[in-house]
Ligand binder design. Sequence first.
Ligand code: FES
Length: 432
Amino acid sequence: MLDVSSLVDADGGLIERSIYNDERIYKQEMARIFARSWLFLAHRSQFKKPGDFFTTYMGEDPIIVTMDKKKNIRAYLNSCRHRGVRVCRADAGSTKMFTCTYHGWAYNLDGELQTIPNQQAYPDDWNPKDWGLVEVPNVQEYKGLIFGNWDADAMSLSDSLGDDMKYYLDAFIDRDPEGTEVLGGVMKWTLDGNWKLAAEQFATDWYHVNMSHASALMVLSPTGKGPKPEIASTPGRQFTSEHGHGAGFPTHPKSRFDAQTVHEYYDYDFLRERLGDDRVEGPMTTGHATIFPSFSYLPVNGSIRIWHPKGPNKMEVWAWVLVDKSMPEDVKNAQRLYNLRTFGPSGIFEADDGENWSEIQAISEGFITNNTSLNFQMGIGNEHEDGTYPGTTSELYSDAAGRGFYRQWTKLMNTPAWHETKTRPAADKEEN
Ligand code: FES
């Protein structure tokens, strides 16, 4: 394994850009970031009855998420224990068994191997119980968001988020006592660009907004003349977590960018009572955030998304529209349309961001280019507790959460993971 200390100076705000395209770094990320971090799997509302399933990835590992007969959410490696074919090739659906299309081994909702064609050809002492699907040992939920972790002994999801990150996240997912639900399916698209370019931007980067999104802001501006002065000099806060999470939000409730129908639906007196004035005037506004490593969200248009790594130079974006359960159908639909127009696959903001990330990646192979440091020094030294918003925060325009993201990234990359000191999960399962 590589020591990445020479590539990242998180405290000094310097990043070597080879971390975005080096194949060795990428493989190490799979082993030391994605094989032991809490990764978003699915939303609780995607599962109504036993057998409902959704297929996704943890890093590059294919995963089936399903509801078992006891209505527990379980997650399995989507790979047949015989010769390795995916046992479920559908994006989502409902089933009683996951049957492999190669030779017909079939697994029940508990991941047990239940049907083996021509089983009499195996030795008498051969036990199908030893050949169940590899299960993700740690699946936990926070207010409808379901995460998985390959490390059975990982810090709990709740502790990993921490009370501070929950405070910011709740401004999005705890507005409604009924909770949230996702609308429709998942929007998926690919981008040329390393997954970290997107994750770090959603954690930290407000600096790009007025330049990258100038045209989009012009479209949304009531005057049609581009960013209003109060947007260009937006006051706000940026939160950086010791676990690598980051959230930034303006504190300017009069310059909101909600869908008008959604804005009119909200009962702000109720929300102020439930969440407090500071949250309604801060992280419930046009904020964005990343839960380390690869889950990001935008409260204002109800977007939750994963940046799935697909090799060092490519990512696949999976995005859902998340709405408050109690919203009337017309309000949910207004949120959906606003989401599509702004941060859907062809949304006017989304296209700006993707173009920047792909541009960074496109020139990363140049030798001199690849050996030139990138700058994360904005607001350096200004992180502090501000007495209003919890945890360590800085001004909105800052790289504080980017430095925090890479501090955590470096720590994990340089520390052996559970699988480097323990047996593999399949072997664990066989022993139990
Ligand atoms: Fe699945 Fe053979 S690979 S049954």
